[in-house]
Write a protein that binds this ligand. Structure first.
Ligand code: UFG
Length: 325
C-alpha cells in the first residue's frame, strides 16, 4: 500500500513512518517542517515539503503519488497555547484538515486515520476513560480535533471514506533513532530530561492544588511506538469498518511522580519549582484501551512510566541537541 503521512517529520508521525516502512509499505510524507525535522523522516520515505493550507499542493501530492490511505498527524497540538491563540486551532487545524479531506474525497482516497486526543474529555464521568465517555473538549485544541472527528461519519456516508479516530493520551518516550524535539519544548518529560542533561536549571510544576493525591495533574503516558503500532493495526482493520479508539496505558502518573521517576533513572536531583496552573489542563486524564485490545489485539509494550522515561532518556543522551546535534 502507499500511505500519505502528514506530519511525518514530527514526533509521532516520524515513528509511524518508521514502522510503516518496516512493514514494507511505501510512504509519502507531507510536512511543512515547521515543528518537524527533515532528519526525522525515514530515508526510504519520500518527503514533500508543503503547507496543508495550500490545496493545490495537496492535490498535486494526490495526483502524483496516488495514496491508498492518509494518516493525518500534522497539527498544532498544544493545549496551553490553544487557550492563548485559539484561531491557530479553531481556524488553521480545522481548515487544514478540511483541505486534506476534500482533496481525498475528490481524488478517490477512501482510508483516513486522524490523530485525535484525550483533550476531548474535560469532564469525564468515569475513569479510566473509554470510548463511550461524553465528549467535552478541554480547550480550542481539543475542540479542533472534535470538529474534525464530527466530519468523518458524513464523509463515510457520502463518499464511503472509512476512518479511524485515535485519541491519544500523553505521547512520550523514543525509539533508538527518533524522539521528542520541539522548539520551544513545552512537554513535561523532555523538559525534565533537559534539566538532567544540564540544559535547564529546573522544571516548574504547573499547579499543586488539583484534586489529586499529591495535588499535581495526573496523566496517562503512552509510548510513541505503541501509538504508532495502533495506527498500523487500525489501518488494516479499516478494511472491515471505521474505528474509534482511545489509546492509553490505563494508569495515571502525577507530575511529581514523573519527576521522581526521572530523578531515579538519571541520578540527577532535577530541581522542581512550584508554579501556577496552566489554563486548559484537566486534573486527571487516564485512558482505557480495552476496546482496541479486544478488537485488534493491541497491547502497550511499554507499560510502565520507568520504561517510557528510560527510552526517552537514552534518546536525549544520544542526541542532546535533538535533531540538530
Ligand atoms: N507540566 C508541568 N510543567 C511543565 C510542562 C508540563 O507541570 O513544564 C504538566 C502539565 O501541566 C500537565 C503535564 O505536565 O499536567 C503534562 O503536560 P504536557 O505539556 O507534557 O502534555 P499535555 O497533557 O498538556 O498534553 C499532551 C499533548 C496534547 C494532548 C494531551 C492529551 O501535548 O496534544 O497530552 O492528554 F492533547
Amino acid at each position: 500500500m502507499k500511505i500519505l503521512v502528514t506530519g511525518g517529520a514530527g514526533y509521532i508521525g516520524s515513528v509511524a513512518v518508521e514502522q510503516l516502512i518496516s512493514a514494507g509499505e511505501s510512504v509519502v510524507v507531507l510536512d511543512n517542517l515547521c515543528q518537524g525535522h527533515r532528519q526525522a523522516v525515514h530515508p526510504q520515505a519520500t518527503l514533500v515539503v508543503a503547507e496543508l493550507e495550500n490545496r493545490q499542493a495537496i492535490d498535486e501530492v494526490m495526483t502524483t503519488h496516488r495514496p491508498d490511505a492518509v494518516m493525518h498527524f500534522a497539527s498544532h497540538t498544544l493545549v496551553g497555547e490553544s487557550m492563548q491563540q485559539p484561531f491557530r486551532y479553531l481556524g488553521t487545524n480545522v481548515v487544514n484538515g478540511l483541505n486534506l479531506l476534500q482533496s481525498m474525497a475528490e481524488h478517490g482516497v477512501r482510508r483516513f486515520i486522524l490523530s485525535s486526543t484525550a483533550n476531548l474529555f474535560d469532564q469525564p464521568e468515569r475513569m479510566p476513560i473509554d470510548e463511550t465517555e461524553r465528549i467535552v473538549p478541554g480547550s480550542p485544541y481539543g475542540e479542533s480535533k472534535y470538529m474534525l472527528e464530527r466530519l468523518l461519519p458524513w464523509l463515510e456516508k457520502i463518499y464511503g471514506m472509512r476512518y479511524a479516530m485515535l485519541r491519544y493520551f500523553n505521547a512520550a518516550g523514543a525509539t533508538p533513532e527518533r524522539g521528542e524535539d520541539h522548539n520551544p519544548e513545552l512537554h513535561l518529560i523532555p523538559i525534565v530530561l533537559g534539566v538532567a542533561l544540564g540544559q535547564r536549571e529546573s522544571v516548574t510544576i504547573f499547579g499543586e492544588d488539583y484534586p489529586t493525591p499529591d495535588g499535581t495533574c495526573v496523566r496517562d503516558y503512552i509510548h510513541v511506538s505503541d501509538l504508532a503500532r495502533a495506527h498500523i493495526l487500525a489501518l488494516a482493520a479499516l478494511e472491515k469498518e471505521s474505528r474509534v479508539y482511545n489509546l492509553g496505558n490505563g494508569r495515571g502518573y502525577s507530575v511529581r511522580q514523573v519527576i521522581e521517576t526521572a530523578r531515579r533513572l538519571t541520578g540527577h536531583a532535577i530541581p522542581a519549582l512550584m508554579g501556577s496552573r496552566r489554563a486548559g489542563d484537566p486534573a486527571v486524564l487516564v485512558g482505557s484501551s480495552r476496546k482496541i485490545e479486544r478488537e485488534l489485539g493491541w497491547r502497550p509494550q511499554f507499560d510502565s512510566i520507568e520504561s517510557i522515561v528510560e527510552s526517552a532518556w537514552r534518546w536525549h543522551q544520544r542526541f542532546p541537541k535533538g535533531y540538530q546535534g
